[in-house]
Design a protein. Structure first.
Length: 136
């Protein structure tokens, strides 16, 4: 619990630092597996042709605002809003493709299971349904 609070406070600190250094930026930050903060920042003043310069700006801003805590920040991609939109659309298309494939596999497995039941499992035909009659 204490670690989670610490991580949430770190994300808050990074968010505050980035918002003050890059006004109007879109942030998508998360806690990475190693406990550092990473994600994306989309800002209209980033140069779509010079990601290196944008990373330098980002690094300087984080060091200036966070001081020693800047080492707790992992990879943050610098994007223009248009680049972010394209990446988000690509992610959505990939997720839809994965979902479609999963649905297809599930349909195929159900079809095979139904076939096994109707044809009998392991070569034994399914028992025939009998009508119960009462004599009386």
């Amino acid at each position: 619990m204490a670690t989670r609070i610490k991580q949430d406070k770190l994300i808050d600190k990074v968010t505050t630092a980035l918002k003050s250094s890059f006004p109007g930026a879109q942030l998508d930050l998360e806690t990475l597996a190693d406990g550092r903060v990473g994600g994306e920042i989309a800002w209209s003043k980033f140069n779509p042709n010079d990601g290196y310069a944008d990373q330098v700006k980002l690094s300087r801003a984080l060091k200036e605002k966070l001081g020693a805590d800047a080492v707790q920040v992992g990879l943050i991609f610098t994007l223009t809003p248009i680049q972010k939109k394209v990446m988000d659309e690509d992610r959505l298309a990939e997720e839809e493709s994965i979902l479609s494939t999963a649905k297809s596999i599930l349909r195929d497995r159900r079809r095979k299971a139904r076939s096994k039941i109707s044809n009998g499992i392991n070569g034994h035909p399914a028992p025939k349904k009998r009508k119960l009659t009462t004599h009386g």
